[in-house]
Design a protein around this ligand. Structure first.
Ligand code: ATP
Ligand code: MG
Ligand code: MG
Length: 424
């Protein structure tokens, strides 16, 4: 993909936007882009630099993403709405073409990695509630204030925020940003295949050390080290996070894509093509909350003998949530592919019902009371009828969100944070 129209090959120390940003190390990548940690020499802080592939369709997609990121940032001057901030954007000319670049505030690990670090055991309920509060705050803002549907909500697209922000204060955090471009890298590193010289190697080592320091400081960003320890390492840490990845966002009154969302987080009305609205994000939120509690994906459909992934997905939903009301089952443009006229699946005839509250107790060993409370919170979010699902605001007001659930966690979040501050 590092050819004409594809990714831009970046090397540590490369300058961007007339030298304002200096590449430090790669943070992640997607189908359309690579994301780099960069040092912003203007604000003396670290940022995330998302560099899009250069071909026309990728540039188009980046412009789309910038539109939604800008709207989300512009409407949140106080920076309290739990969505990632767009700091800047520009074009960068490289050997593979013109690349649109987005400069985003530098965030931490994704919830997917947090779940992974925790060995897929699920997080404590008080942590889950803190995370849910952030996600719901973000969704309420996008839906209610902006009229925007995110359409790709999932653990991978929710990133933790550092409570001790190294981006804000690189001097005090003891980091040494790389400011100079390595020698022998003057031709811009086209193709990314040239041999690394000594200076570059040294710079890479230096960058690695700097990065190691960053992760030490990024308490709430967890990090691999914490993973080997028990979940207790999360105790007392104020879990804050932000919604990222606006590449698939749309305005509720101006939709263009029929197939939205990542498979496992996709709402039934999207599969059936019955039309959709804000409540598709609530469905994905429900799937995400379950995953945080249990460490398992709520629905992981697979193609089987004589039936497709979609039909398996619908079967899994009904096994957990009960039979889909006939009117909804047969109401979509794709309904006839999966359901007969009675509202029964065509190819998967026998369903093994395992309701949510039982599943939480039997399989995930939640105490009866906790399982019941969580199921009461989650079930309405996973209503088959989209209009019956609560809004993000209604979820925020739900008792489950506002009661600390277990005796062990009777300490309020505030007092935990206070303790953390005193210790720090
Ligand atoms: P693509 O659109 O190119 O297929 P994507 O839409 O999934 O990819 P993002 O989710 O925005 O792209 O970013 C990809 C990865 O880069 C993220 O999963 C994360 O690891 C990292 N990343 C993105 N934004 C940030 C940020 N602001 N701070 C730190 N890391 C980030
Ligand atoms: Mg993503
Ligand atoms: Mg994207």
């Amino acid at each position: 993909s590092y050819r004409k129209g594809g990714y831009h090959a970046v090397r540590i120390g490369d300058p961007f936007s007339a030298g304002r940003y200096i590449a430090q190390r790669k943070l992640g990548w997607g189908q359309f882009s690579t994301v780099w940690l960069a040092y912003d020499t203007l604000s003396s802080s670290y940022v995330a630099l998302k560099i899009q592939k250069s071909a026309q369709q990728f540039a188009q997609a980046a412009l789309h993403e910038i539109e939604f990121l800008s709207a989300a940032s512009d409407g949140d001057l106080q920076n309290t709405k739990c969505v990632v901030r767009l700091i800047d954007h520009f074009k960068h000319a490289g050997p593979n073409g013109q690349h649109l670049c987005m400069v985003l505030e530098f965030l931490g690990d994704s919830l997917l990695r947090l779940i992974r670090y925790n060995h897929y055991k699920g997080l404590k309920l008080d942590k889950v509630k803190e995370i849910c509060r952030c996600i719901l705050t973000g969704l309420d803002y996008l839906h209610h204030e902006l009229g925007m549907i995110h359409s790709d909500l999932k653990p991978e697209n929710i990133l933790l925020v550092s409570t001790i922000d190294p981006g804000k204060d690189p001097v005090r955090s003891g980091l040494t940003p790389l400011l100079e471009k390595p020698e022998g890298n003057a031709n811009g590193g086209g193709g990314g295949s040239s041999t690394m010289n000594l200076i570059e190697k040294r710079l890479k080592r230096r960058a690695k050390r700097a990065v190691a320091k960053i992760s030490e400081r990024r308490v709430s960003m967890v990090g691999e080290e914490a993973s080997s320890k028990s979940e207790r390492s999360l105790d007392g840490i104020d879990m804050r996070c932000k919604v990222v990845d606006f590449g698939n966002a749309c305005w509720a009154d101006k939709q263009f894509a029929e197939e939205i969302q990542t498979r496992q987080y996709r709402a039934p009305e999207v599969i059936l093509k019955s039309g959709y609205s804000f409540s598709v994000d609530m469905w994905s939120f429900g799937c995400t909350a379950f995953e945080l509690v249990t460490g398992d994906m709520l629905f992981a459909p697979k193609e089987g003998n004589g039936y497709g992934e979609d039909e398996d997905h619908l079967a899994l939903m009904m096994e957990l949530l009960g039979k889909m009301p006939r009117k909804i089952a047969i109401g979509g443009a794709r309904s006839k592919d999966y359901f007969d006229r009675h509202g029964d699946l065509k190819r998967i005839r026998r369903l093994k019902y395992w309701p949510l509250d039982r599943l939480l107790v039997d399989k995930y060993k939640l105490p009866e009371g906790e399982a019941k409370e969580f199921a009461e919170f989650l079930s309405p979010v996973l209503e088959f009828a989209p209009e019956k699902r609560p809004t993000a605001q209604q979820c925020l007001e739900h008792p489950w969100m506002n009661v600390v659930s277990t005796q062990k966690n009777a300490d309020s979040v505030e007092s935990q944070v206070r303790n953390l501050k005193i210790k720090g």
